[in-house]
Design a protein around this ligand. Structure first.
Ligand code: GLU
Length: 449
């Protein structure tokens, strides 16, 4: 073990010790720090100044009570979180996740990922993340509104267009952003468009933001295929999830000539060998807020719903995990490899376990980690902020072209950084090093922050 690797491993041990019972945060730190040995060899000043130790410690973490009332008059209490991880490159930026499994550790892992992801977008945004263990499933619009109003009544004091700019994530979409923005505006008496992104198109939102994560992941996988002399045209694609990221990945893959044969939700997956009917899926998920089992039912005999088993058993040449963290394990990766997968890009945050990533890399599969492949969402939030600041509105075509260029830049940055450090084709290493160096240099320049 080199001196730098030994130093990094001591830092990881310390992070684990000081942040007990946060396995996802440990996993995210492990993945990034595992790539930094060659960087520390080159930059002893980062070691002297304890840059890695500082980056692993959030600048600020807030946790707060969120009381609200159900339609039947019962009082409920949830916990709210905002982890403001790093503001070296710009205001804290990152989504809010509403899901019953959310803990401080979940938000810390997501915030840590966001720091490096946001750095490589080139949009000059820092990293943060927030959310709650609130479960929006089965809740009425009024209940969701009351919850969002209560959540923002506490959170607003930490936000600001130059301070911290939340957006959506799992369980937080256009409806929730509307309720949150409305409450922020009432409390502060400021029409501060740039304080949240993912807003409605009629009140400060940006075209392409809804589509951006799924489109961006698709652009990223296209770039990885291009390096190998291939394209998405004619590929058989499996996409897990059926939320915002998955839906717009299905849309863009289909536009680029790929055939998406499966998607999923927490209850199971649908296999639709002739290709997912996107209009039907959008109607069920976006309008009716239904389940993929409803999709299979309404597709008649064309699609089959399979409860509880792994979507990754379905043969495909391209796989896009777009559901949630650690949804794709070592066995799944082996099944994908033996079925001939050539490229995997993560639309979700950290959907592949470390063992699964190793299987892909050992098998020579092109693997795009989430912090590069799903950065199109937050990058387009950066474009929304630009439009808010200048009171401008860009067309769909113009914005989509910008997103495409950003995804190409991210791909090339990760690819070239991996080459520079002698591990060509390792997008995990490339993205982690490229993001880290930008943040580390800014920290060095700003004194002991
Ligand atoms: N939640 C998204 C992500 O994981 C988007 C965050 C944003 O737009 O700020 O990157």
């Amino acid at each position: 073990m080199s001196k730098s690797d030994a130093q990094l491993s001591a830092i990881i041990d310390d992070v684990v010790r000081r942040n007990p019972a946060e396995p996802e945060f440990h996993q995210a730190v492990h993945e990034v720090l595992g790539c930094l040995g060659p960087v520390l060899d080159k930059h002893p000043e980062y070691v002297d100044q304890k840059v890695v130790e500082r980056i692993c410690e959030p600048e600020r973490q807030v946790m707060f009570r969120v009381p609200w009332m159900t339609d039947s008059g019962e009082v409920r209490v949830n916990r709210g979180f905002r982890v403001e991880f790093n503001s070296q490159l710009g205001p804290y930026k990152g989504g809010l996740r509403f899901h019953p499994t959310v803990t401080l550790g979940t938000i810390k892992f997501l915030g840590f990922e966001q720091v490096f992801k946001n750095a490589i977008t080139g949009q000059r945004i820092g990293g943060g993340k927030g959310g709650s263990d609130f479960d929006p499933k089965g809740r009425s619009d009024n209940e969701v509104m009351r919850f969002c109003q209560s959540f923002m009544t506490e959170l607003y004091r930490y936000l600001g267009e130059h301070t911290d700019v939340p957006a959506g994530d799992i369980g937080v979409g256009g409806r929730e952003i509307g309720y949150l923005f409305g409450q922020y505006k009432r409390i502060t008496n400021r029409y501060e468009s740039g304080v949240l992104t993912g807003k409605g198109l009629g009140w400060g939102g940006a075209l392409v933001r809804t589509e951006a994560t799924g489109y961006g992941t698709t652009f990223f996988v296209s770039e990885m295929l291009k390096v190998r002399g291939r394209s998405l045209d004619g590929q058989t694609v499996v996409i897990s999830g059926s939320g915002n990221v998955a839906i717009y990945a299905i849309e863009k893959v289909t536009q680029l000539g790929g055939q998406v044969v499966a998607c999923s939700d927490s209850s199971g997956y649908v296999h639709d060998p002739k290709g997912i009917d996107l209009d039907l899926l959008k109607q069920i998920k976006e309008v009716e807020r239904g389940r993929v089992s409803d999709y299979a039912e309404r597709r008649g005999g064309a699609a089959k719903f399979v409860q509880g088993s792994s979507i990754w058993q379905i043969p495909c040449t391209v796989a896009l995990p777009c559901a949630t963290q650690n949804e794709l394990n070592e066995d799944d990766a082996r099944a994908l490899v033996s079925n001939g997968v050539i490229a995997v890009a993560e639309g979700a945050n950290m959907p592949s376990t470390p063992e699964a990533v190793k299987v892909f890399q050992d098998a020579g599969v092109a693997f795009g980690p989430g912090k590069a492949a799903n950065a199109g969402g937050v990058a387009t939030s950066g474009l929304e902020m630009q439009q808010n600041h200048s009171r401008d509105r860009w067309s769909f075509e113009y914005t989509e072209e910008k997103l495409l260029q950003i995804m190409r830049c991210i791909h090339n940055l990760a690819y070239e950084t991996a080459e520079e450090y002698g591990v060509p084709g390792d997008y995990v290493l490339g993205a982690n090093i490229a993001g880290f160096v930008q943040v580390a240099d800014a920290m060095m320049a700003m004194g002991l922050v």
